[in-house]
Write a protein of this length. Sequence first.
Length: 214
Amino acid sequence: MIQEDTNIIEALDWRYATKKFDPNRKISESEMDILLNSLRLSPSSMGLQPYAFFQVNDSDKRKKLREHSFNQSQITEASEMIVFASKTKITREEIERFAQLNADIRKKNSDSENRQAQRLSTYVDNFESEALFNWTSRQAYIAMGMLLASAAQLKIDSCPMEGIEGREYDRILDLEPLNLRTISVVTLGYRSKEDSYQWEPKVRKPLNDLISMI
């Protein structure tokens, strides 16, 4: 049963980077649908969503990916595994497809569609390749935050992970032809009773150390 009245601060305080998952507990299809839609609905610059997510269910692939994740058990023991990948290149075709989608949904005419496509192309073309990847990666990390917060609301455990060999992930998942590079992983499921980290108090700076009133 989804606890719709869960307080967001209580949920965020409850969550932690789960180190050991219970491999016998699985996330329901309905709750997984909510989590995937939290990725879809994440804000991104100009709404372009210059990234992709891969829900890895194939057990053999997850075993191979674990070999390139410093053998961290979350990769194979968590109920779900989401790989975050960001665009290394955004083609004119992708931009035109996005402009058409925007025009269709918002009932814009073809002139408006063409102007938007041109604006986006001009913006994207100003980036050097590495700068573009840095920009698309920042957009993807916004989506990660949405996923982690949504999971906490549902009392689903998570662990964001950058301790991976991204280039090997790219090879195993064949991402290069898609103009994508792996940036991180989020594993999702339910904490094991054996995970001692769940009993550790959360360490965060006081609010006054982080936020200044100007």
